[in-house]
Design a binder for this molecule. Structure first.
Ligand code: GLP
Length: 241
């Protein structure tokens, strides 16, 4: 694992965006694994700015997102579909048929897991997977648990995650209790992984991810097993490293 320490959120966003743009320039038909949450917003803003300047081209890129809430449609402002449209997809020349997320509205969850896994497999996995980090060490929506889930699966969100994510909803009661997520096996299949972390409240989780035991109670710790992980963390998040 390689740690790049950034001065602050803005610097973290630029450094992480630089790594994604290098990937896009070196391989214009890259499959990018994308993430949601507040951490990647600055990264997407930076990529959009470089696209607008003519430095980046998304026309041959394909994207697959990590996760989506079950029960939210793409039109729902709290869905990750909506988030991605708002922060990236509608602002760059990424063809509509080349971005993928789990379908939160599929009534058959097993079928949805199979469908989404099939899409990722048919693309040959991701060239670069962008990840954020949950306060409890989760990646995607792989919550702390007694075992690792390998493939795309449906999860029940922990109280801590519902609490952390309620800021995007009218109240905690409105946060969906379930979500689809890539499994840790899916994430580890990425050729390269870019973990972006910001803020003092993530410092403990980042310490556990980087130097704690590899265990499903800290899902991000599994990244220690991957041969090519770059962590871009601001000074506050890397304070315990
Ligand atoms: C959500 C997402 C994760 C994300 C995490 C951290 O639960 N499913 O992919 O990494 O939140 O979000 P934030 O960046 O807002 O702290």
């Amino acid at each position: 694992m390689e740690l790049i320490v950034a001065k602050n959120y803005f610097d973290m966003s630029r450094k992480a965006a630089n790594i994604i743009s290098a990937q896009m320039i070196l391989k214009p038909d890259s499959v990018l694994g994308l993430a949601t949450g507040s951490t990647p917003v600055g990264i997407y803003d930076q990529l959009v700015e470089w696209y607008q300047k003519g430095d980046l081209d998304f026309s041959r890129i394909t994207t697959v997102n990590l996760d989506e809430y079950r029960g939210l449609s793409p039109e729902n402002e709290q869905s990750y579909h909506y988030f991605m449209m708002q922060h990236l997809f509608s602002r760059v020349n990424l063809p509509a048929e080349k971005h993928f997320l789990p379908d939160g509205m599929n009534p058959d969850s097993d079928a949805e897991c199979r469908r989404y896994k099939g899409i990722i497999d048919s693309l040959g996995g991701t060239d670069l997977q962008l990840l954020g980090l949950g306060h409890n060490g989760h990646i995607g929506f792989n919550e702390p648990s007694d075992s690792f889930a390998r493939d795309v699966h449906l999860v029940s969100l922990t109280e801590q995650t519902i609490e952390a994510n309620k800021r995007f909803f009218a109240s905690a009661d409105d946060v969906p209790r379930q979500a689809y997520t890539m499994g840790v096996g899916t994430i580890l299949q990425a050729k390269k992984i870019l973990l972006a972390v910001s803020g003092a409240e993530k410092a403990k989780a980042l310490q556990q991810v980087m130097s704690g035991p590899i265990c499903p109670q800290v899902p991000g710790s599994v990244l220690q097993l991957h041969p090519d992980v770059i962590i871009v963390a601001d000074e506050a998040a890397s304070a315990l490293i």
